[in-house]
Ligand binder design. Structure first.
Ligand code: ATP
Ligand code: MG
Length: 648
């Protein structure tokens, strides 16, 4: 399906880690030693890590069971409870008064939950769910704004062995219904509404509409009163969250479940097609959430204030807003509102107000905030920041540089983390106080992660472009696609006959061995026999001072195979000379082969609700085809119509 991908961009800047602080992994030497340990003593190294970092009810003896590969089982004869690992063990260690969650609303209201308070709320919620008939293994849909109750609901599920499936609050009733039916959920937990752009985004009416057809499995809807909007009430079915919790004791014995007990189902972003319902299980996922917090972010639970801006409706919100920080007994921040409300300085104000030390966001946000101008971050004291993370898409070197210089003031290491809903936690990432970084590269695989770049035949590529794969299983890997074993096998294991996990992304390795994720294999362009990744072409465009964001796709061309079609969002008004100037700029940056044939200006690009560019739609638009693929996760349907209207 794919020959080697041609490398075009030549990024040579390199940044050494800051001096004077010893990270959890302190040097490249230590990193290499640890990697070597996983290589030579795979079972023992994972065994020790799992014993050290998790609190077990029943210890495991077997590390990995590959008998039924690719349905791998980790630590299978052990038992534990996830909420106990995230709450009780910290309270028992005397940390009950430490702040677990800081929550801020769009209007500026702040609430703090200590570990003591969070534990008692989780217990009440778990008791209430049990009283509503939820048992171990039952599925619970969580459709909520970014409020603490969302995290409480997730943790309460884990306390009694229920399997949660969080559905992002901006999804439509139809998308919600699909997910409720797919999961066969017994309970839906929602809120009346959430705060958004100074107004209210209603949620409960969407649940009512979703449940108006099908959804026979749902017995009850638990409703948090939050935004105060009026909602209809279905007697017998709908239960007020606060009333239900108030009558419950604040103690609930955590259920010890097997390591492989299903933990949650979560849908992918739908960038490349219909979303996949990814299934994760308990122990392996939790282990990697805890360990990657330390390795990739150098998380210090005693002193750090960690803020991941992702909504809990996405894997990043699961692993790094909730489970990772809490598994470590640290403090995590949740913000309910849009990043640019009331002005584009809002995120920076929150960082300054709460003394955020580690900040984790997505390239889409970085590009948007860069476009808004440096005056916004410059208004706020960002000196508490010490590590800056990014995830979700390849980050263009110029956006990386802005993050590094303007937000981090050159002090903070940039941690570009490559991973997926399927991987549960980080796979490629620099170690902030050990790895020299290069703008646009996620650097190297974390210890224990046997990631590589290979050609079609599965042979490693020492330098140049190829396919990103993971060779050995890892604890937080997906356990399947919910209800569709065949799709699991076909999507991830077929490409290399079951030998490797195939991620679906293209990557190149440079002469120093650094990994550069170049975009989706589905999006690779074939121009005159050269296979070009989207990341490098788009990065060349973004490196022009007038460009805020760009998406590049191929359009069928009789001579070249594919012509390069670029959709460009500008920082300024377009003028007549800009098209030629941008073509010349790309040609100068990466060579004539990459010179775009078409450049089309747009106000915005079609994105998934998790903020990723949906190039498959642009491909249809560029080719003048009708859009027939799944657009259920498209953020703003009008963007597509607008781009279609202003044809060149
Ligand atoms: P779908 O699988 O439904 O098409 P999706 O792949 O966008 O959607 P996610 O699991 O949210 O769903 O995203 C994972 C993908 O995001 C990765 O496969 C990769 O393409 C991209 N990605 C995430 N982090 C990075 C990163 N740091 N650098 C480059 N790409 C990244
Ligand atoms: Mg994917």
């Amino acid at each position: 399906m794919s020959e080697a991908i041609t490398t075009v961009l030549d990024e040579t800047r390199i940044f050494n880690p800051p001096q004077g602080h010893q990270g959890h992994i302190a040097s490249m030497q230590e990193y290499r030693t640890l990697r070597q340990q996983f290589e030579t003593d795979f079972d023992t190294t994972w065994r020790e890590l799992a014993r050290e970092h998790l609190s077990w009810r029943e210890p495991f003896t077997r590390v990995l069971n590959s008998e039924n590969a690719p349905f791998f089982r980790w630590f299978e004869d052990g038992k534990l409870n996830l909420s106990e690992n995230c709450l009780d063990r910290h309270v028992e260690a005397g940390l009950g008064e430490r702040t677990a969650i800081i929550w801020e609303s769009e209007a500026g209201e702040v609430r703090r939950y200590s570990y003591n308070k969070l534990l008692s709320e989780v217990c009440r919620a778990a008791n209430a769910m049990r009283e509503l008939g939820v048992e171990s293994g039952d599925r619970v849909i969580i459709y909520m704004p970014m409020i603490v109750e969302a995290a409480i609901a997730m943790l309460a599920c884990t306390r009694i062995g229920a399997v949660h499936s969080v559905v992002f609050g901006a999804f439509s009733p139809l998308a919600l219904r699909d997910r409720i039916e797919d999961a066969g959920a017994k309970l839906v937990i929602t809120a009346d509404g959430g705060g958004r752009r100074g107004g209210v985004h209603a949620l409960k009416p969407n649940v009512d509409e979703a449940l108006s057809e099908g959804c026979r499995s749902v017995a009850h809807v638990l409703v948090v009163r939050h935004a105060g909007n009026e909602v209809e009430w279905s007697q017998g079915r709908d239960i007020n969250w606060h009333d239900a919790l108030n009558v419950q004791p604040d103690h609930c014995e955590p259920l010890a479940v097997e390591s492989e007990h299903p933990l949650f189902i979560l849908y992918t972003s739908g960038s490349t097609g219909k979303p996949k319902g990814i299934l994760h299980s308990t122990a392996g996922y939790l282990l990697w959430a805890r360990v990657t917090m330390r390795w990739s972010f150098d998380f210090r639970p005693e002193t750090d204030i960690f803020w991941c801006t992702a909504d809990v409706g996405w894997i990043t919100g699961h692993t790094y807003s909730v489970y990772g920080p809490l598994a470590n007994g640290g403090t995590t921040l949740m913000y309910e509102g849009v990043p640019t409300y009331p002005d584009p300085g809002r995120l920076w104000k929150i960082c300054a107000d709460h003394g955020v030390t580690i900040f984790y966001t997505a390239p889409t946000a970085i590009r948007a905030l860069n476009k808004a101008g440096d005056e916004w971050p410059n208004k706020h004291d960002l000196s508490s920041l010490r590590v800056l993370g990014t995830v979700g898409e390849p980050i263009n070197p110029e956006a990386w540089m802005w993050y590094h210089d303007v937000i981090g003031k050159g002090r903070c290491p940039i941690v570009d983390t490559w991973w997926q809903t399927e991987t549960g936690g980080h796979m490629l990432a620099p170690l902030p106080f050990a790895t020299p970084t290069k703008p646009g590269s996620a650097t190297f695989p974390l210890p224990g992660i046997d990631a590589d770049i290979v050609d079609e035949a599965g042979l490693p590529i020492t330098e140049g472009g190829g396919l990103l794969i993971i060779r050995k299983p890892w604890p937080s890997m997906l356990r399947g696609v919910w209800g569709d074993d065949q799709r699991y096998i076909d999507t991830y294991w077929k490409e290399f006959d079951g030998r490797y996990y195939f991620a679906g992304d293209g990557a190149r390795r440079d002469e120093d061995g650094y990994f550069w994720v170049m975009g989706r294999v589905d999006d690779v362009l074939n121009v005159s026999g050269h296979r070009l990744g989207t990341m490098e072409l788009e990065s060349a465009l973004v490196s022009h001072e007038a460009v805020a964001e760009a998406a590049v796709v191929g359009r069928p061309d009789a001579i070249k195979g594919e012509a390069i079609c670029a959709f460009v969002v500008l920082k300024c008004e377009p003028d007549d000379s800009l098209v030629e100037e941008l073509r010349a700029h790309v040609s100068k940056e990466i060579g004539a082969i990459a010179k775009p044939d078409d450049i089309r200006f747009a106000d915005s690009l079609p994105k998934t609700r998790s903020g990723k560019i949906m190039r498959r739609l642009l491909r249809d638009i560029a080719a003048g085809r009708e859009i027939t693929s799944d657009i259920s996760t498209l953020e703003d349907q009008s963007v597509v119509q607008k781009i279609q209207q202003d044809r060149p």
